[in-house]
Write a protein that binds this ligand. Structure first.
Ligand SMILES: Cc1ncc(COP(=O)(O)O)c(C=O)c1O
Length: 395
């Protein structure tokens, strides 16, 4: 059934009052299948930050092919172990949370399940300073910078790890294995400039982005393989993680990589609209009610200023989706408590009608709503809490 109509979502949620958020389950499942198709049987580690809802995380993890969770905070990973969500969790960002580290050290089950990220000896020092010498063994993953640096002073990609060369990776691996209380089990390198950068936006820069991504992928494949070889000579790695929703097939084409990470591709937020490699269906929508009719051509909605993180630009704004043909006013954008929209369908909107939006990013919508209404076959089949709805906020 096609669910891409305002009427379908209006009817499914007619007894609920907006603002509200829904998950189109058929779209979510189709997106999951598409990620798995692109992975061609290789495992996908699920990126929790892009879902932030246990029901959705568990639904994806139940599909063969998704294996393990990539969390964004250690406190979050501990919560998932306690909740029984998953027993293989990589925390993809280094932690400075002393309380969470103490809880990790004190819990044997958590220590077996969770791997923390390090990119320098300073991270090891921090953990030892918090836990004291002689602490129980902590699983660690080494992060390699996957950015593209074609020239001195040119850096294309995220600013994360200082470990760039295979030699630096080997040096850090040696310092991990030389320390008691740590076990090096993984290597991660996330190529944000490929996985998270759309290459088919319709802008003139697309050709340049594609050229950059080709060059970067070629350079990274060589460097990642060399780094993995060097680190494997020092420690037995259980996994080599790379990529994201936008790069699965490219990342997994590298024999050195054992698994890809992905999450956003399940939700299909607007920043993932412009890729040549895949086209996820919009699976998360939110509805706002019309509360003013300032002119015949403008309807003003309640709330809506759910701006996505990242460099400020129009691409970070939520997008009116249904009824099709609405747009934000450039002078107001999406407002703190009011969001005007205009466009042909605005003429027919009346007080109390709904306008459906898409968020720019996949997981951040869950920070705005305490629950998601799961829509299947044109009706709400269940209502599930987001992280916020479970009183969880990990940053
Ligand atoms: C380490 C890491 N891996 C993978 C991803 C990709 O996640 P997603 O597929 O949800 O965009 C990200 C996103 O920021 C990341 O930080």
């Amino acid at each position: 059934m096609s669910t891409s109509s305002a009427v379908t979502f209006d009817l499914a949620t007619k007894d609920l009052d907006p603002p509200l958020a829904v998950i189109d389950l058929a779209a979510f499942d189709a997106n999951a299948d598409d990620l798995l198709r692109r992975a061609e049987g290789r495992p996908i580690r699920l990126v929790s930050k892009s879902l932030r809802c246990r029901y959705l995380i568990e639904r994806a993890l139940a599909k063969p092919g998704f294996s393990g969770l990539m969390c964004y905070s250690l406190a979050e990973a501990l919560w998932h172990v306690e909740s029984g969500t998953c027993d293989d969790i990589l925390v993809a960002y280094p932690t400075a949370d002393r309380g969470a580290l103490r809880r990790l050290a004190a819990d044997e089950r958590a220590r077996a399940a969770i791997t923390i990220m390090v990119d320098s000896a300073a991270h090891l020092d921090f953990v030892t300073a918090v836990l004291g010498p002689g602490h129980p063994e902590i699983r660690v993953c080494l992060e390699l910078d996957a950015s593209w640096r074609p020239l001195r002073l040119v850096h294309v990609g995220t600013r994360r790890s200082p470990v760039f060369t295979p030699r630096q990776a080997a040096a850090l691996a040696r310092s991990v294995v030389a320390r008691p209380g740590f076990r090096l089990v993984g290597l991660m390198a996330y190529e944000g400039q490929i996985a998270g950068l759309p290459d088919a936006t319709g802008k003139r820069t697309d050709a340049l982005v594609r050229w950059m991504q080709r060059r970067s992928a070629r350079e990274l494949a060589r460097r990642r393989a060399e780094a993995v070889r060097a680190v494997r000579a020092i420690a037995e790695l259980e996994f080599v993680n790379g990529g994201g929703s936008g790069s699965i097939e490219l990342t997994l084409a590298e024999p050195a990589v054992t698994e890809a990470a992905a999450g956003s591709g399940l939700i299909g937020s607007t920043l993932f609209d412009g890729y040549t490699r895949f086209r996820p269906r919009p699976a998360a929508l939110f509805a706002l009610p019309v509360v003013h009719k300032p002119t015949a051509r403008i309807a003003t909605l309640f709330a809506g200023g759910y701006i996505a993180s990242g460099p400020p630009s129009a691409s970070r704004l939520p997008s009116p989706y249904l009824p099709a043909g609405l747009r934000l006013l450039p002078v107001e954008g999406a407002g703190e408590v009011q969001t005007p929209v205009t466009g042909k369908p605005a003429r027919d909107l009346r007080i109390g009608d709904r306008v459906w939006f898409r968020h720019a990013k996949a997981g951040e919508l869950a920070e705005r709503f305490t629950e998601y209404h799961i829509v299947e076959d044109g009706r709400v089949v269940r209502t599930v809490p987001t992280y916020r709805g479970e009183q969880q906020n990990f940053g």
